[in-house]
Structure formats: C-alpha cells, structure tokens
Design a binder for this molecule. Structure first.
Ligand code: ZN
Length: 165
C-alpha cells in the first residue's frame, strides 16, 4: 500500500527534525576548561564525541521512529485480516441410541419370531396357511399369509387352527 503524500511529508519532516534540531550545546567541559562547542545530540546533553549518540545512531533512531509511525498508520488503516478459518465439516447426524438401525440378522430373527408365533390354519382340503393377520368376518376369516396375500376362508372349510404357545 503506497504511503500517502501527506504521510510521507510528515515522515520526512519528522526525520529532518530529529537530525537537525541540534540547538543545545554539548554539556561536556573540554580539557581547556571550557564548554564543548559542539551541539548536543538529540535526546542527549552531550555531543557525539562526548557520549551523545553518533550521527549513524541518530539516523537509525529516526528511521526506526519513522518505521514505527508507518506501521502504526498501516495498523490504524487496515486492521489485521482474520486468518481464513478452515471450513469445518458439517456435524454428523447423531444416531439415536434408543433407535438403532436393525441389522439384517435382527430383521430376519424378528420375522422368524413373528412367523413362529403366527397361527396355522389347516383346511379340510389339506391347505395350510400361516396367518400373518387374521380377521374374523361374517361367515369366515380374512387371512393374510406371510407372502402378503389375502384370502377369505370359510369357517366350514377349516379343519383346525394351530396356535403356537
Ligand atoms: Zn561535546
């Protein structure tokens, strides 16, 4: 992102002010007993030769300050982008513990149990019908066998009905 002109100018002025404001005289006393005539380094009571910061150090400090200023400006303009979140997989639908999917073996066992508990209609003509359902109607019994087929059996045609215990 390019620095705007006004921000750049402000930065240049800032650097120049740090480098050029050498208004205070060095506080050191020379061997002759007089005050040093050099200008004190910015932020120091002494010149570079008497312990004040060197020109290179002053430039570094000024550039550091400019860099921090720029960073602060950039941070103020654009808040740090959020890290793209990893797309979370949709939650798996939980199977109800109380309603588990029956296995084939369980279905077969359930049907066998139902078959074994079903009444067996023996007719006089030798026909045997395992009744999945049996409904008594007017003169007979409506029977659904285990193939799903419905038939009506006259009561007079029934030899016996075997009901498992
Ligand atoms: Zn000095």
């Amino acid at each position: 992102m390019p620095l705007s002109r006004s921000a750049f100018a402000a930065g240049v002025l800032f650097v120049l002010s740090v480098l050029c404001v050498d208004v205070l005289a060095c506080a050191a006393i020379t061997q002759k007993g007089t005050q040093c005539k050099r200008a004190a380094s910015p932020g120091s009571a002494y010149c570079w030769q008497h312990g004040g910061t060197t020109k290179a150090e002053r430039e570094r400090v000024a550039l550091d300050a400019l860099r921090k200023q720029r960073e602060a400006e950039e941070a103020a303009k654009a808040p740090p982008a959020e890290k793209p979140r990893k797309a979370e997989p949709p939650p798996k639908p939980e199977k109800k513990q109380s309603d588990p999917e029956p296995t084939d073996a369980e279905i077969k066992a359930a049907w066998e149990a139902k078959y074994n508990a079903a009444p067996l209609y023996r007719l006089k003509d030798g026909t045997e019908i395992k009744a999945q359902r049996d409904v008594e109607i007017k003169d007979g019994i409506l029977i659904q066998d285990f193939y799903g087929k419905w038939r009506t059996v006259q009561k007079s045609d029934i030899l016996e009905v075997v009901k498992p215990k």
